[in-house]
Design a protein around this ligand. Structure first.
Ligand SMILES: [Zn+2]
Length: 252
């Protein structure tokens, strides 16, 4: 079974004591590729350092909405030239925590979409409590390849994303009791989704509350398989193929 972990933050200090060991374990457990995602300059650079050490790690660089106030266009322009950088993200709007002012978030989000378009790179979206505004800003810039990471919208919003030809990515939240994504998992076209852990965050049941790691991707795959009436192997394979096409097509 080939597995593609499409969103993790393995450069974070949560992994400082055992990063080497767990990466060894990940890659011998069927995980073929990992996209390590930056949230600012420091973590984007740290992601690149990791990708230089591990052939099967690729990188997304960008300023998370929480860090929008630190945005420096030249950092993205420079880092995106690295051979392992395959996406811009995670970028977007977070009107739940509002750690950067909303007007700064909007401006920085749009500037990074424009950059991604110029660089011809896919975009990883972080959208929390800002669905319609995310959509509006995206629509007026018309990027080709977009994934809504840790999708948190309803079926109506999912339908809009799918209509655009964009992707939806599911985390451990689909394993939580009372999650609202079950119908979205049920309706998403099989060529329009990925799975991801967002490690070290959002551990799936039965690991909830502990540090998350890409090894837990199997719980998300199993849950999705159960909802769709497919085997875990099928879900893993489809997500793998979708992600290779989306992130790595021009690299292989
Ligand atoms: Zn993330």
């Amino acid at each position: 079974m080939k597995i593609f972990e499409t969103h993790a933050h393995l450069d974070f200090s949560n992994f400082n004591n055992d990063r080497k060991d767990i990466l060894k374990q990940f890659f011998s457990s069927g995980i073929e590729y990992i996209i390590n995602v930056g949230i600012d300059e420091e973590t984007s650079k740290a992601s690149i350092d990791l990708a230089e050490k591990y052939e099967r790690i690729f990188v997304s660089v960008g300023y998370h909405p929480h860090d929008a106030k630190k945005f420096d266009k030249n950092v993205i322009l420079q880092l995106s030239q690295h051979r392992k950088v395959v996406a811009i993200g995670e970028i977007g709007l977070d009107f739940y925590r509002n750690l950067s002012p909303q007007d700064v978030q909007r401006k920085v989000f749009e500037e990074q979409i424009i950059l991604a378009n110029e660089l011809n790179l896919p975009i990883i979206i972080h959208d929390r409590d800002a669905h319609e505004e995310c959509l509006q800003i995206l629509e007026r810039n018309n990027p080709q390849k977009v994934v809504f990471h840790c999708f948190s919208g309803d079926e109506i919003f999912a339908e809009k994303i799918i209509q655009k030809g964009w992707f939806i990515s599911f985390t451990g939240t689909i394993t939580y009791k009372n999650n609202k994504q079950e119908n979205v998992v049920r309706m998403v076209p099989l060529d329009k989704f990925f799975v991801e852990t967002d490690s070290p965050f959002l551990s799936p049941v039965p690991q909830r509350g502990k540090r998350n790691s890409p090894l837990n991707l199997r719980y998300i795959i199993e849950k999705m398989a159960e909802i769709r009436g497919l085997s875990p192997k099928q879900i893993a394979q489809i997500s793998y193929e979708n992600a290779v096409k989306f992130f790595l097509k021009d690299r292989m």
